[in-house]
Design a protein around this ligand. Structure first.
Ligand SMILES: NC(=O)c1ccc[n+]([C@@H]2O[C@H](COP(=O)([O-])OP(=O)(O)OC[C@H]3O[C@@H](n4cnc5c(N)ncnc54)[C@H](O)[C@@H]3O)[C@@H](O)[C@H]2O)c1
Length: 328
């Protein structure tokens, strides 16, 4: 019998061998769910000592049925799919891997910005369809001297900033929780949200998804952007109200958008599908072969630490606030 059982709700990994390797040190056995439905997840997680999760929603109702779980470790940075209050009340620590893909996401944000600026997808489809015309992609403006506004100035946008500056962009950022010294050290101008919206040619979103940021980019925000501006989102889909974005593009309130994340993934009937001025990628910003290996290994190491009696490195909740008297 293994000493610990670690359930896996869902994964994007071709193999779970790196996690198995990490967890074998404490005699833990991995039990992947056969389907990422609440019933499928609970079948393996109900009596497990830990749960590894990617995109599956782990609701309060599900957490209430976990009898032995001590840690929910997310394969990722955002933890918006886990009910943190319910986990805290149940005394289950939730962890994230904050730094595994910051090179990849910052590269992806720049790739989306450059693809918008140079109209690469539109040019590509024109040539594949037999065209070869400059006027079909006009107008294109010089990037040097344009303004990039970063909304959120955490780890990822702090890497976007030097990349953008290398292309001659002037970089502003809005983040009320980051000390002024961080902006100064990065050579980035701090800005209020309204000021940033009013002067940016590119606005790139890098906030977490939280109640305060859900739908933050709605009709009111698009009305305050420049009609020539473009939006980039590599953070979380529901931060942008897609119906409002489509309406703003139709009304000429902004010029284009590039999104790696959508309200519903994969998108079904999104009003943003099929537009020349919208670039979509399938939530792949985080991905490289190297980042996947680091992600899987680091998430499993958090489980090994907690089950082995050590403190986790990157907890996102405080289990001393637990209200449940369930055995831990
Ligand atoms: N598309 C992907 O594959 C992918 C991969 C990794 C991360 N992400 C997303 O990118 C987001 C940013 O990542 P990070 O590593 O930079 O995060 P981080 O935790 O280092 O920084 C987040 C920053 O957002 C700021 N913030 C919070 N609310 C804000 C608000 N209302 N206005 C302005 N700033 C606000 C915080 O102060 C913090 O500095 C993550 O939350 C995650 O959801 C997406």
């Amino acid at each position: 019998m293994p000493s610990y059982v670690v359930a896996v709700s869902d994964t994007v990994f071709p193999s779970l061998d790196p996690a198995r390797g990490v967890l074998s040190a404490i005699g833990a056995e991995l039990r992947p769910a056969s389907e990422a439905t609440p019933e499928g997840i609970l079948r393996v997680a109900r009596n497990a000592d830990a749960l590894l999760v990617t995109y599956a929603r782990i609701t309060a109702e599900m957490i209430g049925q976990l009898t032995r779980c001590r840690i929910i470790s997310r394969f990722g940075i955002g933890v918006d799919n886990v009910d943190l209050d319910a986990a805290t009340s149940a005394g289950i620590v939730v962890t994230k891997v904050p730094d595994y893909c910051i090179d990849e996401v910052s590269d992806h944000a720049m790739a989306l910005l450059l693809a918008l600026a140079r109209k690469i997808p539109l040019s590509n489809s024109q040539v594949h369809a037999g065209g070869w015309q400059m006027k079909a992609v006009a107008p294109i403006h010089r990037l040097r001297g344009r303004v990039l506004g970063l909304v959120g100035f955490g780890r990822i946008p702090q890497l976007v900033a030097p990349k953008a500056k290398a292309f001659g962009l002037r970089v502003l950022a809005h983040d009320p929780f980051v000390p002024a010294a961080v902006f100064t050290a990065a050579g980035v101008e701090p800005a209020g949200f309204s000021e940033l919206l009013g002067i940016s040619d590119y606005v790139s979103i890098h906030t977490p998804l939280a109640p305060q940021t859900r739908g933050l980019f709605g009709a009111d925000v698009f009305a305050r952007m420049k009609p020539t501006a473009c939006l980039v989102n590599t953070a979380r889909g529901p931060i942008v109200d897609e119906a409002a974005l489509a309406a703003a593009l139709d009304a000429g309130q902004l010029a284009g958008a590039a999104l790696d994340v959508m309200e519903r993934e994969p998108p079904v009937d999104s009003p943003l599908l099929g537009r020349d001025n919208v670039i979509l990628t399938p939530h792949t910003s985080f991905y490289s072969e190297e980042s996947l290996l680091e992600l899987q290994t680091r998430a499993a190491e958090e489980v090994r630490r907690v089950l082995g009696g050590e403190a986790p490195r990157h907890p996102v909740n405080d289990v001393t606030l637990a209200t449940s008297d369930r055995p831990r």
